[in-house]
Design a binder for this molecule. Structure first.
Ligand code: ZN
Length: 134
């Protein structure tokens, strides 16, 4: 498996407006629009920093994964995404090594990326996303 870089940090926010008032207005990051991924009940906002991004995540529904995360742990860093060269290959390798996966196969993420999450139990507490962008 070849990990190319940290693609983005996924930050759960109560609302994008609240997140942006800090990350845009105070920290001065550039806001590059939002995208809703219905499947994951989330609206994301992208704020590029150099070769990586901050991705703000607002739940579109009280039963979505981000709403549940905030309920349990509060707003904050929810996942770390690593960009890989080939996500199918990476998942096959991890499976072979006995790593528990949330996604057995890649699914469609924001920005047209192919994404898959590893189980936080397998990573000792960090929700890791793999993503491939072509
Ligand atoms: Zn992500």
């Amino acid at each position: 498996m070849k990990i190319l870089k940290i693609d983005h940090l996924g930050i759960a926010v109560n609302s994008l407006a609240e997140g942006q008032s800090f990350w845009n207005d105070i920290m001065g990051l550039d806001f590059q629009g939002t995208e809703t991924v219905e499947e994951q009940k989330v609206t994301t906002a992208f704020l590029p920093i150099g070769e990586s991004e901050v991705e703000l995540l607002e739940s579109t529904s009280p039963d979505g994964p981000i709403a549940k995360y905030i309920e349990k742990k509060g707003a904050g860093i929810q996942h770390v995404a690593f960009r890989v060269e080939n996500i199918e290959e990476a998942l096959a390798e991890l499976k072979e090594k006995g790593v528990k996966l949330i996604d057995q196969k890649p699914r469609k993420g924001a920005g047209g990326a192919k994404i898959a999450f590893l189980h936080p139990k397998a990573t000792k507490g960090v929700l890791v996303e793999l993503c491939q962008r072509d």
